[in-house]
Design a protein around this ligand. Structure first.
Ligand SMILES: NC(=O)c1ccc[n+]([C@@H]2O[C@H](COP(=O)([O-])OP(=O)(O)OC[C@H]3O[C@@H](n4cnc5c(N)ncnc54)[C@H](O)[C@@H]3O)[C@@H](O)[C@H]2O)c1
Length: 434
């Protein structure tokens, strides 16, 4: 596996400009990464079309959004449910995964048996449903977008079956300390772990492949017309952060989506071999609806200050620093927060987080406890734990990443790239100079 960190992207954009369209394949949530892409597209005068994942009704049927739900949408939308995954798909024995999980007991999860052939039937049905919906989605895009280039931005990640015992086990894997600690390897090596991972792969990775296939006709037509169609997907595979005087790759563990993200990377590599402009952008850790369950994932975000301070005289950086400093308790400084992260990362128990070849790492008790403890400690250094530095820093990261992604396609051909804190810093400062 080769590590391809992006160091710079050209500022000129021939591909994406007024007349071109950004299509979000997934739904836009407040604070989510896709907001950065939307901002970058609007800055260029592009059109933005949002997808929806649909909603489950009382009988767990997948339905489009209702009128009142669509009122909240800020941009143009296509209301075809793009939910991925198979937990509600009934197999030939009349049961879906959620039915099977009803029998699951917390004390007996290790001996829970999973009928792989029936799960496979549900998985195939889930894929067929998503494929049909994606085809209809693409047909609607074709109608609505008769000219200009298109960037399909795949946002999807998730797939946790919402079952009480599953949620409780996952909570122990990502937050469990002391007796509550549960080894992610133990869970992942079990039949239950296998099925959760299959659903993660369906949502996070196979949905991307289905998008490439469902849009193939549209892509062919557009290419014949000399129009460009590109595909971006958000990956996570660790981030380079600047700590203790150097840029170092590190990661969060246990990142349970990691195996699905590796598959996503492979799918992008295969697509590039077929001449499709598809790239997975491995982005830094930020705080969003999806990542907030992983306590400690935000710790590498604080050292972004080490990069931002390199542009310390820039008015944007000075303003941001003032805002962030105000969020801390009196007497606490930003440098102390960053130093605390650096000291934690220097501990031997956290060394596994720096081993690129071993990614995705499973959790280890001491490692998880240290990460959660520093995360708690930094939260307590805030004036109000509901108003965190990570909100401001996440905004900076997602805005910079959105810019990088739109500029990338005309200059690079790589299927998998990494955006580290160095590029986030230079990009945000360049943007704020405009
Ligand atoms: N937050 C981070 O630290 C981080 C870091 C690197 C990459 N990413 C990636 O960025 C992307 C956007 O995530 P985000 O963190 O901004 O959070 P988010 O909650 O804003 O976005 C999650 C997306 O996944 C979609 N989704 C969830 N369940 C789905 C399902 N069953 N079927 C289809 N779609 C589903 C949602 O509609 C939404 O578009 C994800 O691929 C995520 O893995 C996030």
């Amino acid at each position: 596996m080769s590590f391809y960190p992006l160091r710079s992207v050209d500022s000129d954009s021939r591909f994406f400009r007024p007349g071109d369209t950004l299509v979000l394949v997934g739904e836009l949530f407040d604070r989510g990464y896709a907001n950065g892409l939307v901002q970058a597209a609007l800055r260029r005068g592009m059109r933005v079309i949002e997808g929806t994942v649909g909603r489950r009704d009382e009988n767990h049927g997948l339905r489009p959004l209702r009128e009142e739900e669509l009122k909240e949408k800020k941009y143009e939308w296509v209301n075809i449910p793009l939910e991925a995954g198979f937990e509600w798909e009934v197999a030939s024995d009349g049961l879906h995964l959620m039915d099977r999980l009803k029998e699951l007991k917390l004390a007996e999860w290790e001996s829970f048996s999973v009928p792989k052939d029936l799960i496979n039937e549900s998985r195939i049905k889930g894929e067929q449903r998503l494929f049909r919906n994606l085809q209809n989605f693409c047909a609607e895009i074709e109608k609505r977008v008769p000219s200009g280039n298109i960037l399909f931005a795949h946002l999807m990640a998730g797939g946790v079956p919402k079952n009480k015992v599953v949620l409780s086990l996952l909570n122990r894997v990502v937050r469990g300390t002391g007796e509550k600690f549960l080894s992610s390897k133990k869970l992942w090596d079990s039949p239950l772990g296998w099925v959760i991972n299959e659903n993660f792969k369906a949502v996070t990775a196979w949905s991307f492949q289905l998008l490439l296939e469902a849009s193939s006709e549209l892509r062919e037509k557009m290419m014949q017309q000399g129009r460009i169609v590109a595909y971006s997907a958000y990956g996570y595979h660790g981030t380079e952060i600047f700590i203790s005087g150097q840029l170092r790759w590190q990661s969060y563990a246990p990142y349970l989506q990691g195996w699905a993200k590796l598959l996503l990377e492979d799918l992008a590599r295969k697509a590039r071999q077929q001449g499709i402009l598809a790239t997975v952008f491995n982005c830094p850790e930020i705080l969003t609806h999806s990542s907030s369950i992983f306590q400690g994932v935000e710790v590498p975000l604080y050292p972004l200050w080490n990069i931002l301070w390199q542009y310390g005289n820039h008015p944007f950086v000075r303003h941001l620093e003032g805002n962030c400093q105000m969020k801390l308790k009196s007497g606490v400084t930003l440098s102390e927060v960053v130093k605390m992260c650096e000291q934690t990362y220097a501990e031997p128990d956290l060394a596994i987080l720096f081993d690129f070849a071993r990614w995705p790492q499973h959790n280890e008790k001491q490692q998880l406890e240290k990460l959660i403890s520093v995360s708690d400690h930094i939260m307590q250094m805030h004036e109000n734990p509901k108003n965190l530095l990570t909100f401001d820093l996440s905004e900076v990261v997602l805005e910079a990443c959105g810019e990088v992604m739109l500029k990338y396609f005309q200059q690079y051909q790589e299927p998998v790239v990494w955006i580290g804190h160095d590029l986030v810093g230079s990009e945000i400062v360049r943007l704020k100079n405009q």
